[in-house]
Design a protein around this ligand. Structure first.
Ligand code: SF4
Length: 348
């Protein structure tokens, strides 16, 4: 990928309206997107499974998790997960995306069994499962390294790792928004281990809470450095923080503006010269902003997404599901060519 390398000072100026007006930033990001990806915009047909909302970490940023004795606590049985996977497979899904709370009573074998049984029953579904936070927990309870855990998950059917749990890869910020869960180095080490085992992953950035623009740039530079080392990241997913359901006051209780969302996507496109795919995740951004983001550097609209709970519990007002026709219409209306992909970003 032959592109301009963005320095620290240049990166910070991308977040400054005075230094880089939004329309100018959009033009630059769109040109880079066209250079790397042409006019094709990816989407996939996928379904989410969130097996439990019980989580021992209770991050301040999280609206989804709860304690085991909460009235809203749930744990899906294996049969319920298989039924969700069956519905997904019958609807033509190619990917099932599994992320969960970190429930302290569930054994390591529970995680292996979910992947093994879904893979056995629906081998055409690619399984994207478990954040780096969950992998680190599995390593702890099974007294193994994250690399050994990943090897075993790969053996039973894991295809890719999702990018969740990254939040902001700056520990002073993590201490405030997700103090109990693993810090930045652990997140990066798990993804490094996955890439070395031939398990690609995505990365995310959660923005719009207490982080500064310097924190955003630090985060993106850490991702860019790891990508230069391994080449294992398939995409970046910028996630807008939804404050309504967060457990603790986090300073900024406002939703991000569309201008901030578009600036985040465009800046990421320019800073991450070694990432081919930047996703406009419509669940997090809302459908309209996600569509406009296709002119600000994004080349992926995620997917049909059935049964997502985490962002909707946090206050997302986006629909629960988009049909293939709706996704393709959104892409065509933006002047682009829809291309259906699988979890590995291969056209299908
Ligand atoms: Fe648990 Fe993830 Fe929520 Fe933190 S963000 S409380 S790790 S589910």
């Amino acid at each position: 990928m032959n592109s301009e390398f963005v320095s620290w000072d240049q990166a910070l100026r991308l977040f400054d309206e005075g230094a880089t007006p939004l329309h100018e930033l959009g033009i630059r990001a769109d040109a880079r997107r066209k250079e790397l990806c042409g006019d094709e915009v990816f989407y996939n047909v996928n379904s989410h499974i969130n097996p439990t909302n019980v989580c021992q970490y209770r991050c301040a940023l999280c609206a989804y998790s709860c304690d085991a004795d909460s009235p809203k606590a749930y744990r899906m049985s294996l049969e319920e997960m298989l039924a969700t996977a069956r519905t997904a497979a019958e609807a033509g899904c190619r990917e099932v995306h599994i992320v969960s709370g970190v429930d302290p009573v569930l054994p390591y074998s529970w995680y292996l069994e979910i992947v093994r049984e879904i893979h056995r029953a629906f081998p055409r579904l690619l399984i994207k499962a478990f954040t780096a936070v969950e992998i680190a927990w599995m390593a702890e309870i099974s007294h193994q390294t994250p690399s050994h855990v990943l090897e075993q998950l790969k053996e039973v059917g894991l295809s890719t790792l999702p990018g969740g749990g990254a939040e902001i890869l700056v520990d002073s910020v993590r201490q405030k928004i997700c103090a109990k869960k693993p810090m930045s180095d652990v997140w990066l080490d798990v993804h490094r281990a996955a890439h070395r085992l031939g398990i690609p992953s995505t990365a995310s950035i959660l923005y719009g809470h207490i982080e500064t623009f310097e924190d955003r740039v630090t985060h993106l530079f850490k991702l860019r450095d790891l990508q230069a080392e391994t080449g294992g990241f398939l995409a970046l997913i910028p996630l807008a923080f939804h404050p309504a359901g967060a457990q603790l006051p986090l300073g900024n209780k406002k939703l991000t503006s569309a201008a901030d969302d578009l600036r985040m996507i465009a800046a990421a496109r320019l800073i991450l010269h070694n990432f081919r795919n930047i996703k406009a995740y419509w669940i997090s951004l809302g459908v309209s902003t996600a569509q406009i983001a296709l002119a600000y550097g994004a080349n992926d609209l995620d997917g049909t997404v059935r049964q997502e709970k985490i962002h909707h519990d946090a206050g997302s007002l986006s629909p629960q599901c988009l049909t293939i026709e709706e996704l393709e219409h959104l892409i065509r209306e933006a002047g682009r060519v829809p291309v259906r992909r699988d979890s590995l970003y291969r056209a299908v």
